[in-house]
Design a protein around this ligand. Structure first.
Ligand SMILES: Nc1ncnc2c1ncn2[C@@H]1O[C@H](COP(=O)(O)OP(=O)(O)OP(=O)(O)O)[C@@H](O)[C@H]1O
Ligand SMILES: [Mg+2]
Length: 610
């Protein structure tokens, strides 16, 4: 049994067909139309027989009038059937593809962050754009073609067997022989096609990177290097495509030759019967015509099988993602986190990214409702990683995180994330209006609320200078927004979300001291009564925190208030000293007052005993 026939009823195609259950009526009418087209095809040799025998041999003048009328009617019916069949099948095909695209996108959106770290953005895009289109080709061209041709083959085969079963047997011997090259070609195409799609995804990823990162390409003068890399990739694509071209180009002639052998045999075998007078010229001609018509769809089966194998390779890649298991799972009956201030408790939490070493080790941290906790420490210590565990961007490797005493793995993800407003370390905005960017987490916010948040984050000033104000699209601004402006927009977005848990990861790092102080005030107002995690390198911005947690090498090395930690003269004290040393240098340059001797200036003003 050829590969495509088994696939038709099991595996991927079955999965695809199940997606169009509600189009059964359309499929049925398309099938009916196909039967009509196929039957009209089979009628051609029948007409030919009567033209030969009734008009040419018997010279029947009544038939001379009747047959042309019959031919016209035949072609009109055939034309209409062809139209409906093509339209209906394409419609169903496009519909499957649309649903597949939606399912794929929905699935990708639901996959955890770790998935996006593993996959390249451009490669994922290629699955939705390129791979899905190949699936479409398979559904609307090949699957339609196969059904149509199968009906046609059946019709013509019945016709020739009725005409002369012995001759028909001789003519159809080649059919089983033909299946061998068909399945061989198909196998090759599938393999090459998988390679081609992977190469295409790789190229998309490359394009995405070099276009979005073009500033760096230019700044480091790497244009020639990137052009070369692209050339290698496009050459790879070319080679893989040519391999497919060879197989495709070969499959037609091979099938045709097989057909030629069959025809030669029939001419010899049938010709003898005509010469011996056991068969009419008409029957023989119509028989040859039927066999020629029959070989055509058989030859096409090979072509369609190639397209199907290519489509199956693409479908595999698409379903790979649709069926990709998510590591972040919800339990069957998750608890909904109610609104309100929350207590967050880390209990002996350890965490490592899937491929790397342990990043967080034995974290114990109990944060009371409304408490402001500052996380400080050297770069790469694990601060961002720690706060990323709260909205379950990743799950802990060991230990639990509890919200109000409930393991966060037991609560509904949506309700958990609703409780959290976050300003991430790198500002992320979407190509939408400023207004929609601010209202991203709260789309029902009124214009007044949006402007209030914008004012609090000091966004209002520069936004009102844009020609379209709050309706200006971020994309229209190109790269016009400064780092600090982007950061303030992200803060406005978090302010508007107005959630009881606040995570600020270096939220004001790109601001100058003056605007930082202003935004800081807005944030401090906001933090009141909310459970807040604030990460900062500039220690002056976290002095007000209820508790400062110093993280180093994935461990909590110190906790306490600003004053307590200074007294301890440990890690925090040292961090302060390094930063104040910087302040001293600045002080010297600007001629500011520096307290030397037995005290050193820490953090813009706080004096500590050395
Ligand atoms: N997606 C990831 N996959 C693997 N390792 C990661 C990933 N993200 C971060 N890491 C590693 O985890 C460690 C902690 O990173 P993290 O971003 O939490 O540090 P951080 O304290 O926030 O640093 P910074 O102050 O520079 O922002 C680093 O060694 C980093 O290389
Ligand atoms: Mg970080």
């Amino acid at each position: 049994m050829p590969v495509f026939l088994t696939q038709l009823f099991t595996g991927r195609i079955g999965q695809l067909l199940r997606m169009v259950k509600d189009h059964r009526a359309r499929l049925f009418f398309a099938l009916m139309a196909m039967v009509v087209v196929a039957a009209s095809q089979a009628a051609i040799p029948f007409v030919l027989k009567h033209v030969m025998d009734d008009i040419f041999v018997n010279k029947d003048s009544q038939m001379l009038n009747l047959i042309p009328v019959g031919v016209i009617v035949l072609y009109l019916v055939r034309g209409a059937a062809m139209y409906y069949q093509a339209y209906l099948m394409k419609y169903v095909g496009e519909k499957i593809v649309m649903r597949l695209r939606n399912r794929l996108y929905n699935r990708i959106q639901d996959l955890p962050l770790s998935f996006f770290h593993k996959e390249q953005t451009g490669a994922l895009m290629s699955r939705i754009t390129h791979d899905v289109s190949i699936v479409r080709e398979m559904i609307s061209d090949a699957m339609t073609g196969i059904v149509k041709d199968a009906v046609m083959i059946l019709g013509l085969a019945i016709y020739i067997y009725v005409q002369d079963w012995k001759l028909a047997m001789a003519a159809t011997v080649i059919l089983p022989i033909a299946f061998y090259p068909i399945s061989q070609f198909g196998r090759r195409i599938r393999r090459y096609s998988t390679g081609y799609q992977a190469a295409m995804a790789d190229m998309s990823a490359f394009l995405f990177e070099t276009f979005t990162g073009n500033k760096i390409v230019k700044a480091f003068g790497m244009e020639a290097y990137e052009k070369n890399r692209f050339k290698t990739k496009s050459t790879d694509l070319f080679r893989l495509q040519i391999k497919q071209v060879v197989v495709r180009a070969l499959s037609s002639p091979v099938m045709e030759c097989l057909g030629g052998f069959g025809i030669a045999f029939i001419i010899w075998f049938g010709g003898r019967q005509v010469i011996a007078g056991t068969q009419t010229v008409g029957t023989f001609t119509s028989f040859i015509a039927a066999v020629l018509l029959l070989y055509d769809p058989v030859r096409r089966l090979s072509k369609f099988n190639n397209t199907i194998q290519q489509g199956m390779a693409a479908a595999d890649r698409v379903f790979d993602i649709i069926e990709h298991p998510s590591e972040i799972k919800e339990v069957d009956h998750p608890v909904v986190v109610p609104d309100g201030p929350h207590r967050i408790c880390f209990k002996n939490v350890s965490f490592g990214y899937s491929d790397g070493e342990t990043v967080l080790k034995g974290i114990d941290l109990d944060v009371h409702p409304g408490e402001i906790v500052a996380l400080v420490g050297a770069s790469g210590g694990g601060k961002t990683t720690l706060v990323n565990l709260i909205p379950r961007f990743f799950d802990t490797t060991e230990g639990v995180i509890e919200i109000d005493g409930q393991d966060i793995r037991g609560v509904s993800l949506a309700s958990l994330r609703r409780q959290i407003a976050i300003v991430t370390q790198e500002p992320i905005l979407f190509n939408d209006s400023v207004r929609h960017n601010i209202a991203y987490g709260r789309q029902k916010a009124s214009a007044g609320q949006i402007v209030d948040s914008a004012r609090a984050a000091y966004v209002d000033g520069f936004v009102s200078r844009f020609p379209n104000g709050y309706d200006t699209r971020i994309g229209e601004l190109g790269d016009r927004l400064s780092g600090g402006e982007k950061q303030r927009l992200c803060i406005a977005r978090a302010l508007l979300k107005d959630a009881p848990i606040l995570i600020l990861d270096e939220a004001t790092s790109s601001l100058d001291s003056e605007s930082e102080q202003l935004v800081q005030k807005a944030l401090e107002n906001l933090m009141r009564g909310r459970t807040t995690f604030v990460i900062a390198h500039r220690l002056s911005t976290v002095r007000y925190a209820d508790r400062i947690v110093v993280i180093d090498g994935g461990r909590i090395v110190e906790t306490g208030t600003h004053q307590e930690l200074l007294k301890q003269q440990g890690a925090y004290f040292n961090l302060c000293r390094i930063q104040s040393a910087k302040d001293i240098t600045i002080g010297e340059i600007t001629g500011g007052e520096i307290t030397g001797g037995d005290t050193i200036a820490c953090d813009r003003g706080t004096e500590i005993p050395a």
